[in-house]
Design a protein around this ligand. Structure first.
Ligand SMILES: [Zn+2]
Length: 424
């Protein structure tokens, strides 16, 4: 057993927890300043009682981000602070989780990338609250940078793991090892730790996610698993399945009968989960309404379009066919343009003109440009009763989306043209 660091030996944790408490305080004070806290919102705020750096805090803050629009319906700037602050808390919580198993520098890098992305928003897109949230990190960045380089604060788990690996390989030259990680980002961090560690770099680590692709000379595998939500668990089963069939036979030499049995059990679970998810999908489809919704910017609550302006192309691209929408966006060239289907390619990024919140991408289909939006970037407001909600994926959408027949559209809109802020 390896004892985790005491707080004295973990100044990274101490600093991050302080920043988080400050954010929670700013959010709470603002709510009280605007009036009394509703029961619903107070419930959502309960996550702040969870221990920071845990999964229960993560679940709570995610619930807070997605449900706060239901409670704050008539104060856009308050909602913006709560959702942006919530997003900062979510990232810091994740960094604390990373810090438990990875190097401080990996956890710090994770936060730095997030802050840089926030800052890259044009200065007139950031409001005072956004700037204040960023400043909380900036004020401590130097200190955090310093502790990330200090040997005395090194994660004892990693030192222990290093010793175990060196010890094992000293006696078993042809051994293979697997490290199971909770999230993809942790896999990346562990991977770079091994690569950059002089004593361990001989291991030649490889990362395994969905495919079991592996190189022959590698002694080391990493696989992302556990802590999946339901849909991802389905994916995890697929990984396990592939992993079992392709690798386990050689890795652990299970007796054939036992292997067969385990595979059968996995397949049964797989089938049961697939049937359940199909059933849920059918139920969701039936529940979808034709009543119109407004799509409001997920950050600044600016109106973008109505649900009836959204059409779905090829069952997957949700694009906007209302010209007025395009006056409310900023576009920029996509850093990784890509062909995503027959006669369809992604070439630009779309964001809110008012606050620069990421809304989606520009795609060209049959030489016509469209904005393809992510539903997670919007707050959905039902026109009839102004009830607000958020969802993460299009398949969870509360409203129906009509399919787009591209040829019909072309005939009916021969002059369709969208002005872009960049050269294609
Ligand atoms: Zn906006």
């Amino acid at each position: 057993m390896v004892k985790p660091r005491s707080d004295d030996a973990d100044p990274f944790k101490t600093e991050i927890v302080t920043i988080m408490s400050e954010i929670e305080k700013i959010m709470g004070e603002r709510v009280h300043k605007q009036g009394t806290m509703s029961e619903g919102l107070a419930d959502l705020f309960n996550f702040t009682k969870s221990v920071k750096g845990t999964s229960s805090y993560e679940q709570g803050v995610e619930k807070f981000i997605s449900h706060s629009p239901e409670c704050v319906t008539s104060n856009d700037s308050l909602l913006r602070l709560l959702r942006t602050g919530g997003e900062h808390l979510r990232k810091y919580n994740h960094a604390l989780k990373m810090n438990k198993i990875c190097r401080i520098q990996d956890a710090l890098q994770f936060i730095k990338e997030f802050i840089e992305k926030e800052e890259s928003t044009r200065s007139d897109g950031l409001n005072e609250d956004d700037k204040q949230l960023i400043r909380l990190f900036k004020d401590r960045e130097e200190e955090l940078q310093y502790v990330s380089g200090e040997k005395k604060f090194e994660n004892p788990l990693l030192s222990k793991l290093e010793d175990v690996l060196i010890g094992e390989y000293a006696t078993k030259v042809n051994a293979h090892a697997i490290i199971f990680c909770t999230k993809r980002i942790t896999v990346d961090a562990m991977y770079s730790w091994i690569k950059e560690n002089e004593r361990l770099s001989f291991l030649k680590p490889e990362k395994i996610f969905g495919s079991s692709v592996r190189k022959k000379n590698s002694k080391f595998y990493m696989i992302a698993s556990t802590e999946f939500n339901f849909e991802e668990r389905d994916q995890a089963n697929k990984i396990r399945h592939q992993f079992m069939t392709k690798s386990v036979r050689t890795l652990s030499k299970l007796p054939k009968d036992q292997l067969k049995e385990e595979l059968l059990a996995l397949q049964t679970i797989d089938l049961r989960e697939r049937l359940m998810s199909e059933k849920r999908e059918r139920e969701r489809q039936q529940k979808r309404t034709e009543a119109p919704y407004k799509l409001l910017c997920g950050k600044c609550s600016e109106f973008s379009c109505f649900s009836t302006d959204v059409k779905v192309f090829n069952d997957s691209n949700h694009l906007i066919v209302d010209q007025e929408f395009y006056e409310k966006i900023l576009t920029q060239k996509h850093p990784k343009p890509k062909v995503i289907g027959d006669d369809i390619h992604k070439n630009g990024k779309v964001s809110c003109k008012k606050c620069n919140h990421d809304w989606g991408v520009i795609v060209t289909i049959s030489s016509m440009n469209f904005a393809v939006i992510k539903i997670v970037s919007f707050v959905l407001e039902k026109c009839a009763d102004r009830k607000r909600t958020t969802v993460k994926k299009w398949k969870e959408s509360p409203f129906k989306v009509e399919p787009l027949d591209i040829n019909n559209f072309k005939q009916q809109n021969p002059d369709w043209s969208i002005e872009l802020d960049y050269q294609q």
